[in-house]
Design a binder for this molecule. Sequence first.
Ligand SMILES: [Zn+2]
Length: 102
Amino acid sequence: MKPEDFLKFDKLVVNKIKELLTSRYKIAVQDSKQDVLEAVSKFDAADLNELAFALRRIEKGIYGQCVICRHDIPTEVLEVNLTARLCPSCQMAMHEKSDSSR
Ligand SMILES: [Zn+2]
C-alpha cells in the first residue's frame, strides 16, 4: 500500500469511529488518534474494536495486508470494508471451508 493510501485510510477509519461514537453514544471526540482510541476503549462494541484494530494496523504499517497470506488487499475492497483482514482469495477459501463444515 502506498504512503498516501495509509493517510487516506487513517482518515477514513478515524472518521468512521467518530461517526459511530456520535450517532450511537452521543459523544464527540477530538480528531487525535489517541482521543479516538481512548473513547473506543470505554465501550465494548465489536465493530468499534475492529476499527481500532484497523487503526493500530495502519500505525504499524501493516494495514491492508492479508493476515493469512500477507498479500495486499485491494484498496477497493478496503474502501467498502475498512476492517477487512483477508484478501479476496483467502476470504473465498475461508468461506468454502466454513460452508463444507456445515
Ligand atoms: Zn490472503
